[in-house]
Design a protein around this ligand. Sequence first.
Ligand code: PSU
Ligand code: MN
Length: 304
Amino acid sequence: MKHYLELSEEVQAAKEQGKPVVALESTIISHGMPYPKNVETAREVEQIIREHGAVPATIAIMDGKIKIGLSDAELEDFAQAEGIAKVSRRDLAYLVATGQKGATTVAATMICAELSDIRTFVTGGIGGVHRGAETSMDISADLEELARTNVAVVCAGAKSILDLGLTMEYLETKGVPVIGYETDVLPAFYTQTSPFPVNVRADDSETVASTLKTKWDLDLAGGAVIANPIPQADAIPETEIAAVIDQALTEADTNGVTGKDVTPFLLAKVEELTGGKSLDANIALVKHNAHVGAEIAVKLAGLD
Ligand code: PSU
Ligand code: MN
C-alpha cells in the first residue's frame, strides 16, 4: 500500500523526527475558492501551521500517487488548473489508477491522512446533510468518513447551505464527537453560532488532544469534529448571510445542479452574491483553524 503514497521532503523529515504533521485538503483550493486567493490562502495556512510548531501536508492525487505534502509549484498547479476532479472516497482508486489529478475532499483527505498516520486535519467547513435530504438523499460522504476514519477535523462547523440540525443528528447516530472549541453551540461557518448545541465543549487544545488520544486508545474508531468558530471580527451577520444562502439554494434548484456539483455551485454563488465578503470570511476562518489545529497536533504528539 505504501508505494501509493509520496511524502514531500518536509513531511518525510517531520515523520522521521516525530514532529507533528497537519493534513490539509485540496478541494478547498481547486473547488472552494477562486484563483489567486486560493493559492495565497493555501500558502498562508501552511505558514501558520509551521509558525505554531507543526508541519503542513496538503494532500492531492497526481501521477498515480497520493501526494502527502505539495511543492509550491504543485500548489500553484492545483489552484490554476481547470477541470480537476473532486475526489471523495468512491473516486480515490480510479483517479490514482489512471494517473489523473484529483483534489481531495474532507472524506478523501481523511483517508489519505490516516494511510500516512496523520491524525489532525485542518479545513474550512465539512460537508453534511443537505436541506431537502429527506427527498434528495444528498448527504456528504464526509459524515460517513468521520464515522470510520481516525482523523480529527478542525473546521468552523458547517455552512447553513446545509441542514445543520440533521447534520448534527447524523453525527450523533454515527458516534462522531463534535467538540466545540470555546463554544457551546455548533458554529455555522460565517457566523459564530447556530441554534444547535455541540456534543461537548473544550476550552483548550490539551483537552481536545487528550480526548482524541483517549478515544483512539479505547479503540473507538472514527474521527471527530473540532468546531472552532470564525473570529467575531470576520463573521457575517446572520440575517445577511441567510438571505444570500436562500437565493443560492433557489438558483441551484432552478439550474438543476445535483451530486458533487452542488457544494461548489453554492460556494461560488454565495461568494458572488456577497461581493466577495464570504470569501474574506472563509479565508479568515481557515487561518484561525490552522492556528488551533497546529496547537492540537503539537499537544497530540506530546501525548504519544
Ligand atoms: N464546505 C466548505 N468549503 C469547501 C467544502 C465544503 O465550506 O471547500 C468542500 C470540502 O472539500 C468538502 C466538500 O469535503 O466540499 C463536500 O462536498 P460534498 O457536499 O459534495 O460532499
Ligand atoms: Mn452531495
